[in-house]
Design a protein around this ligand. Sequence first.
Ligand code: HEM
Length: 303
Amino acid sequence: MNKTPQSGIFRENSHHMHFLEYRLTSNNCNLIKKAITEAIQNIQPGEVSLVISFGKQAWQLLQPNWTPQTLENFMTLNGEQGHCAPSTQSDLFFWIQGLDMGVVYDQAMQVHKSLKTIAELSLEQQGFDYHKNLDLIGFEDGTANPKTDDLKRSAALIPAGQPGEGGSLVMCQKWVHDMDKWDAVPVHCQEGIVGRTKEQNIELEGDAMPEDSHISRTDLTVDGVPMKIYRRSAPYGTVVEKGLMFLAFACELKRFTTQLDSMYGLTKDRKIDQLINYSKAVSGSYWFAPALEDLNAVLTDLR
Ligand code: HEM
């Protein structure tokens, strides 16, 4: 039987997002399950979508019988040239999205009201769609995502027959851009850093594509298998602090670790992704977003 992924993973028409990460303060499974059930009650499916994900320890607390084969905690990465991708791994991750900011906010408030009885908030960030998929660095983000439903599913979902089938491995990482530094870079150099043109959004080709561009460091194939992921990142910002909530779904954790190692120079060629000289990761976590059947089974199994 093919299990049903949480539908929000593939919902692409949202304008507003709310990211909430929690660290459990209780280890009472029944209380945790009740709080999560309460948090997601009365969701209006057309209005708002909510994807619930679990850190490894929290999943094993609530579902001791099985864990997705590749699920691990995010470990801090110390890059080849002094850059750092810190781990801020916690236990529960709620990704809320919708068309209307008020509705998304109401849902976030409902989640927090229920969750604060068993957990403490470790990260909160709102995000938004900026001029139809632009990142705040002025380049379109998400272009090279898998295009068809089948390709999205095969990149994002744990295959049938494996523990966690129909679920997804999730990576969430908050990045803070140094916009003054970025804006001082001439556009043709920015294009070399990203690996695409800014206006037309065309991938650079041949000698024009630097080996240390963001595309060169993330468009990878390992043992003949393209390391495809499905990205759902969102810009965030005030007039002072701005950046990207990087969010992506994959069928196995290796897809993320391979790309991160390559960005931070932890590969044989020791080259780093030039983009990390202009944006800094300030959080990092890996999650498991179970299929609906597995989520429901966990939440209704009160002892
Ligand atoms: C400051 C943080 C980041 C920014 C601003 C950013 C921005 C971009 C942009 C503008 C593109 C080109 C358009 C597209 O295909 O989406 C891109 C591509 C991509 N990014 Fe990022 N990104 C960031 C972090 C990351 C991280 C942390 C990863 C993975 C761990 C990642 C993985 C990818 C992949 C796989 C592609 C597509 C490569 C291809 O096949 O062409 N990005 N990103």
